[in-house]
Design a protein around this ligand. Structure first.
Ligand code: C5P
Length: 300
């Protein structure tokens, strides 16, 4: 095998919609969610090596077997009987934890990159199945853009792209546990008719999310706001600063706001910098086409 190096962005996601359908016998929840990749990204570098090693520029990120990057690499290696390793370097930019899928994105990009580096003859369906074992959000990052997620979130169906180039992500700097948020969730669930309506709205109107077809909604907000009032404060702050919509991402703690003009977005960024110690990021949506371009070297 030749010495090779692959350098790739690992984009974050947000959830434009997150509805909890019901609790399942396995303890997970069935969801209907609309995933969206955004321009906030980590960078991953992969080099051929005999050992499997991970390093990261952020000392708070574990680089041992608990990191999803190592889990993804080992899982792929075991499933395809590969004996090579890889030297992996992660430049961390996505807040973690934050509900932005940073670890899940890293895992999916690792599967794609190592399949290429190790010259494995892999099918997308093989990677989807490994990705689902790694975590509920991982399969989505094999597709990117705007996609409907059902079941645990692992059944991914690309839909018409949503787009905005005027988004702010705010990190209210609290560490939220996804498992705890789902455990405390006590919603009534969705009827079959309600689920069907949401699904068809997502399939046909995703491009207009938040403007025409339906409002942004995240069923996990109430639980998260109860545990961490800062998350709700961040949401309200974005609305007060002129965001046409703002919503918690995934199980939190990050919140996104969508603006309809650049002046108010800039004013909001300035006010956030002056009035809070929260980190904020000016981002755009990443469409499926843009996602495919950025990862074209490895995407299946
Ligand atoms: O799949 P993942 O490891 O990201 O999930 C973390 C935790 O979040 C799970 O252990 C489960 O408690 C909860 N979860 C859930 N239903 C989902 C996704 C996650 O209950 N659809």
């Amino acid at each position: 095998m030749q010495n090779k190096e692959i350098i790739l962005p690992s984009f974050a996601k947000t959830n434009l919609l997150l509805k909890v359908e019901n609790e399942r016998a396995d303890g997970y929840h069935d969801l209907i969610t609309l995933f969206q990749t955004i321009s906030l990204a980590d960078e991953l570098r992969f080099q051929t090596s005999s050992e499997l090693e991970l390093a990261c520029d952020d000392p708070s990120i574990p680089t041992d077997d608990s990191n999803l990057i190592i889990k993804a690499a080992k899982n792929l290696r075991d499933k395809f009987g590969v004996s090579s390793g890889a030297n992996i370097f992660l430049k961390k930019r996505i807040p973690s934890p934050g509900g932005l899928g940073g670890g899940s994105s890293n895992a999916a990009v690792t599967l794609l990159a190592l399949a290429k580096l190790w010259e494995i003859d892999v099918q997308l369906s093989d990677l989807v199945s490994i990705a689902s074992e790694l975590g509920s959000d991982v399969p989505f990052f094999l597709f990117g853009g705007t996609a409907l997620g059902t079941g645990r979130g692992t059944e991914v169906e690309p839909v018409t792209d949503f787009y905005s180039d005027k988004i702010i992500i705010v990190d209210p700097a609290v560490a939220v546990s996804t498992a705890k948020i789902f455990k405390e969730f006590k919603g009534v669930g969705l009827t079959k008719a309600a689920s069907d309506t949401i699904l068809s709205n997502c399939r046909f109107n995703a491009a207009q999310v938040g403007t025409l077809a339906f409002e942004f909604e995240n069923d996990l907000e109430n639980v998260a706001f109860g545990l961490f009032p800062q998350i709700q404060e961040a949401k309200l702050f974005l609305r007060e600063m002129g965001a046409v919509s703002s919503l918690m991402s995934g199980s939190g703690a990050c919140v996104f706001g969508i603006f309809d003009n650049e002046e108010s977005r800039q004013a909001a960024l300035k006010a956030l910098g002056e009035k809070t110690n929260w980190r904020s990021f000016a981002v755009t949506a990443i469409t499926r086409e843009r996602y495919r371009e950025a990862l074209q070297e490895v995407l299946l």
